[in-house]
Design a binder for this molecule. Structure first.
Ligand code: 13P
Length: 246
């Protein structure tokens, strides 16, 4: 089911005490929103954040996981481990992980399947580089990424999957895709999903320099269901304004 989702991706920011303060300050500001509000926090904040969001409408996600169930994978965290402390969402295939940590379409797909198997809801990221966009390859790149990421899933699985279209050139640069361009790419992703699964009923977010000024226009577009917000999710007053956009 398509739903309006505003997800913050804190990336490698926020100590536990900062996370607790942030959530305590955010909760009253977003309590009446119809949007689903998610904070994807560092591993070390997960447990504190989960305790702090109790009796609020804020949901908590992780930013990565390993696809194997368990074993000799020093430094990794499995889907089952996240689920065991009641984490609900997990970002998979963020471009920073693809770029700096050798995440591939294949590992993204393994992670998506493992997340779903263990009852976590993946937020699957796709997006093109500036070079790919300039070469006119945006459509080819994002349809290929989404096809591979969702390979082997059933139509019913899509109810528990969120897709985030994040053009890499718009991340952390202050350059937002125009709402028309973002909508066009997301439409493309939706069409690809429809071809593959015979439904386009899936939540798809836009990410890349979303802020309190551009959010309303972006979210008003026909195919954009909300945002995955980086930098602007680190300030309570700004994030709360985005989270209340309708
Ligand atoms: P910014 O909002 O800081 O551009 O980051 C976007 C992002 O990467 C969210 O996952």
């Amino acid at each position: 089911m398509r739903k309006r989702v505003i997800a913050g991706n804190w990336k490698m920011n926020m100590l536990p005490n900062e996370a607790i303060d942030f959530i305590n300050n955010l909760a009253p500001l977003v309590k009446d929103t119809k949007n689903e509000v998610i904070l994807c926090v560092p591993y070390t904040d997960l447990f504190y954040s989960l305790l702090t969001v109790q009796e609020t409408n804020i949901h908590i996600g992780a930013q990565n996981m390993h696809w194997e169930e368990k074993g000799a994978y020093t430094g990794e965290v499995s889907a089952e481990m996240l689920k065991s402390i009641n984490v609900e969402y997990v970002i998979i295939g963020h471009s920073e992980r693809r770029q700096y940590f050798n995440e591939t379409d294949e590992t993204v797909n393994l992670k998506v399947k493992s997340a779903l198997k263990h009852g976590l809801k993946p937020i699957v990221c796709v997006g093109e580089t500036l070079k790919q966009r300039e070469e006119g390859k945006t459509s080819e790149v994002i349809t290929s990424q989404i096809n591979k990421a969702l390979s082997g899933l059933e139509k019913e699985d899509l109810q528990n999957v969120i897709v985030a279209y994040e053009p890499i050139w718009a991340i952390g640069t202050g350059k937002t895709a125009s709402s028309e361009d973002a909508n066009e790419s997301i439409k493309e992703i939706r069409k690809e999903i429809e071809n593959k699964f015979d439904t386009n009923d899936i939540t798809i977010l836009y990410g890349g320099s979303v802020n309190e000024k551009n959010a309303k226009e972006l979210f008003s577009m026909s195919d954009i269901d909300g945002g995955l917000v980086g930098g602007a999710s680190l300030k309570v007053d700004i994030f709360s304004q985005i989270a209340n956009c309708n």
